[in-house]
Each structure stands twice: as structure tokens, then as C-alpha cells.
Design a protein around this ligand. Structure first.
Ligand code: SF4
Length: 157
């Protein structure tokens, strides 16, 4: 069963990478490890919950949907913190994240080679909500105004 899920997930991931203007991480070990984690969650929970986070309650997390692959972060910012969907160089795109976000802190500025693809949820309200939650979760001191102006800047019009 896990093998079937794994095959399906590989297909899905290849298609999604093409659609979103990313590639599957050229580091095969890193790529396989994320795909295996997703397949395990698909088997266990019925959904490909992101394997790179800790969840106090996985069933509750599935209901929230925020971290079902492709997660909100991927669909809003084209940022995959698991490093499954990356650039050709194997790094995640961070161009749409504000400087205080952990993705920018870790990887610096990584430009999007295909800005016309992906980011289907990059609307102002979604970006604003996501960044607010992120700032709270990571205890980042950032003003409401800064979050709003960043959301305005990177939202798809
Ligand atoms: S970070 Fe998001 S896009 Fe990347 S593997 Fe996890 S759920 Fe999927």
C-alpha cells in the first residue's frame, strides 16, 4: 500500500513541480526522504500531511488543511521548507517571503525563476493571515502595518 501511495505521490509531485515552476530537489536522498514521509502520512491519515513539522494532533492538523501538501506556504509563497520543490540548485524559493521569515533568514534571497507559474493562493488576505500566524508562532516582533504592506507588495493582482 505504501508503495502505491509512494508511486502516486511521485507522479503528483512531478506534475506539481512542472505546474508551479519548480523542480524536485536534485538531491535524490533529500527528495526521497520527503516523498516517503508524505506517503507514510497518506497511508496513516488519508492525506499527504507535510512530514517536516511536529504536530501535537495529526488528525486535527489534517482538518485544518494548512499543511496538506502542497501546503499553504507553497501555494502562497512558492516556499517549500521540506526542500521537495526547489530551484535547479536545490534551494527553496524565498523571494516572496519577508526578511524576518525563517525561510529568508536561512536561505537568503532566492529569486523565482518562473514568476508566471504557481502561487495560486497568493491573494492579499491569505498572505496577510499566513504571515500573522507565522509571526505569532515564531514570536517575531513585526508591526501590523509591515505585514500588510508586504502582503500588498507580493500579492497577485
Ligand atoms: S513544505 Fe509544503 S510543499 Fe513542501 S513538502 Fe511540505 S507540505 Fe509539501
Amino acid at each position: 500500500m505504501i508503495t502505491t501511495n509512494l508511486d502516486k505521490l511521485k507522479n503528483y509531485a512531478e506534475n506539481y513541480a512542472k505546474k508551479s515552476g519548480t523542480v524536485l530537489n536534485p538531491d535524490l536522498e533529500a527528495r526521497e526522504s520527503v516523498l516517503n514521509g508524505l506517503a507514510k502520512h497518506k497511508e496513516e491519515l488519508g492525506k499527504p500531511l507535510c512530514p517536516c513539522n511536529f504536530y501535537p494532533d495529526k488528525q486535527e492538523e489534517v482538518k485544518r488543511r494548512k499543511w496538506i501538501c502542497p501546503c499553504d506556504e507553497m501555494q502562497i509563497f512558492k516556499y517549500c521548507h521540506c526542500l521537495l520543490f526547489t530551484t535547479e540548485e536545490g534551494v527553496p524559493i524565498t523571494e516572496y517571503l519577508p526578511e524576518w521569515h525563517e525561510g529568508r533568514q536561512i536561505y537568503g534571497l532566492v529569486k523565482d525563476p518562473f514568476p508566471d507559474k504557481g502561487r495560486t493562493l497568493a491573494k492579499f488576505e491569505k498572505i496577510y493571515q499566513n504571515l500573522k500566524e507565522h509571526a505569532q508562532e515564531y514570536n517575531v516582533r513585526v508591526s501590523e502595518e509591515d505585514i500588510k504592506s508586504w502582503a500588498e507588495k507580493v500579492s497577485k493582482k
